[in-house]
Design a protein around this ligand. Sequence first.
Ligand code: CP3
Length: 347
Amino acid sequence: MSSRADLSESAFLKAARGEPVPHTPVWYMRQAGRSLPEYLRVREGVGMLESCMDPELVVEITMQPVRRYGVDAAIFFSDIVLPLKAVGVDLDIKPGVGPVVAEPVRTLADVEAIPDLTPEHVPFITEAVRGLVGELGGTPLIGFAGAPFTVASYLVEGGPSKEHAKTKAMMFGAPDVWDALMRKIAGIAAAYLEVQVAAGASAVQLFDSWAGALTPADYRAQVMPHSAAVLERAGALGVPRIHFGVGTSNLLTLMGEAGADVVGVDWRMPLADAVPLVGDRGVQGNLDPTLVFAPTDVMTSRAAEVIEAGRAAKGHIFNLGHGVIPSTDPDQLKRLTEFVQGYSLEG
Ligand code: CP3
């Protein structure tokens, strides 16, 4: 078994706790996979879910961006639907499409048929996290889970959706089913995070990617209590909690109040406008992911604006405003990483 490395000097963990940092820490959502040739090579002929359940492959894929970019944190290679698969939900991740669920959830009986998650469902997660902590040394590992609303969308729609119409129809029209489903997913998400932290993850991120589809009133009444339940259980583990969604400029205050130490911000809102909305918490973000396709000096001058805006926050973790776009040039992300880490915070 690997011993826990000394993470006391980690800029990422310091920023997440609102402590002074030597440089603005940086990592990228979806840094593992997609754009890296070494990722495509090891994934050849191996399905996405299959690779998530293979500890050796998970360690290798999680390490790839850490080696290549020297980012300040690793994100565990997995997927938000993996814990559902682990408890027995019939689903697959189709290349270029995303998660597809064979029998979408519509009734209370459907919800009750989904087992709760225990560590025995995910021994391969424990093994992969332990292996990673040994390899990562002083670089912290971020564990993650999908938030109840975003995971519910895949379960209820049966696949990716733009409007989340069936999901919201359940939320508006069948509150008892909705409540049961959200509690079920919240329990699974919290248990999944507990497994990752128990094995050595030193921060967690709750992805509520599709929460931006909700009004603040609906988010507050029907979604926030369930995300708060997950974040509360994660908080009891003593690790910093990041809470992220896309298109959530009208939800940032609530997403912080749900129990986050750091609120992730997408690129649509200037970071300077987001900082006062999250109050006494850190922010993460938020360079437009397409700026890595711009000339390097354009990319870095926009990155500098993001870093400057982040200085007003209790803590700032640099990231893109959403995941790395698959066609991104890894060399350009390397230049961005070096720029952020070399940017002077003095003066
Ligand atoms: O580098 C990392 O961020 C770690 C791994 C990671 C994956 N998915 C791997 C993955 C993480 C953190 C996720 C989270 C995830 N999965 C989210 C939340 C983050 C976000 O982007 O908003 C969501 C909504 C999903 C659901 C999902 N899984 C979608 C929409 C897709 C298909 C689109 C795509 O990106 O290709 C997936 C599949 C998926 N998850 C892949 C990877 C590497 C591609 C699968 C493949 O290689 O065939």
